[in-house]
Design a protein. Structure first.
Length: 121
């Protein structure tokens, strides 16, 4: 009985604590994405060529929104993939431009329309 209660408790904690991340491939993404306020979004960028020393590459996104301008680093995810992780805290139009030492990503652009989050929690 104690093991069942402990298992249920662990399941509940894990279920509540895991975040849901919306994953979008840059190549397949529409020109303007609709995202939900506070939702975590991952936009993936892939290279066709193997990049030597991927952890030494400079890959950032310049994000312009109602909050002003932010410089957000992308992270290397393995398999020639970099991830731009973004969550909007305000609704409205947001644009980004990739600045990178990886030529395939440099000057890639995109836009979001952040809409109000209607979830109670």
């Amino acid at each position: 009985m104690k093991n069942n209660v402990l298992s249920l408790l662990i399941f509940c904690i894990v279920s509540v604590s895991t975040a849901q991340i919306k994953t979008i491939d840059y190549v397949k993404a529409p020109k303007k994405l609709e995202i939900t306020q506070w939702q975590v979004n991952d936009i993936s960028f892939h290279t066709k060529k193997t990049v030597e020393n991927p952890f030494e590459q400079q890959v950032t996104a310049t994000v312009t929104s109602a909050n002003g301008v932010q410089e957000i680093p992308l992270f290397y995810n393995g398999n020639s993939e970099w991830i731009f992780r973004y969550s909007a805290n305000k609704v409205g139009e947001i644009t980004y431009k990739i600045n990178s030492t990886v030529k395939e990503f440099h000057n890639k652009k995109g836009a979001f329309n952040a809409v109000t989050n209607t979830k109670k929690d």
